[in-house]
Ligand binder design. Structure first.
Ligand SMILES: [Zn+2]
Length: 74
């Protein structure tokens, strides 16, 4: 199972928290409610800037260069 590896979250505004996956480049954007009603929601944006239409975490299809593989000498 491929899991995203998130960078440290950034807060470009008080209304959103953005995390980028180091492996596949997907952005996980938490939208904080701007009108004081409802709940925050999450948008997934792929590396091309296209919003992924899902309410579930998309699979990570990136490679993990930092993942120890037990292979030496490459
Ligand atoms: Zn990923």
């Amino acid at each position: 199972m491929n899991r995203h590896r998130w960078c440290s979250p950034e807060r470009p505004s008080v209304y959103e928290t953005v995390r980028a996956c180091k492996k596949c480049g997907v952005l996980r954007i938490t939208r904080h409610d701007q009108l004081g009603r409802g709940f925050p929601w999450i948008e997934w944006v792929d590396a091309d800037g296209v919003v992924i239409d899902t309410r579930l975490t998309p699979h990570c299809n990136g490679v993990s260069p930092a993942e120890p593989q037990g292979v030496a000498g490459l």
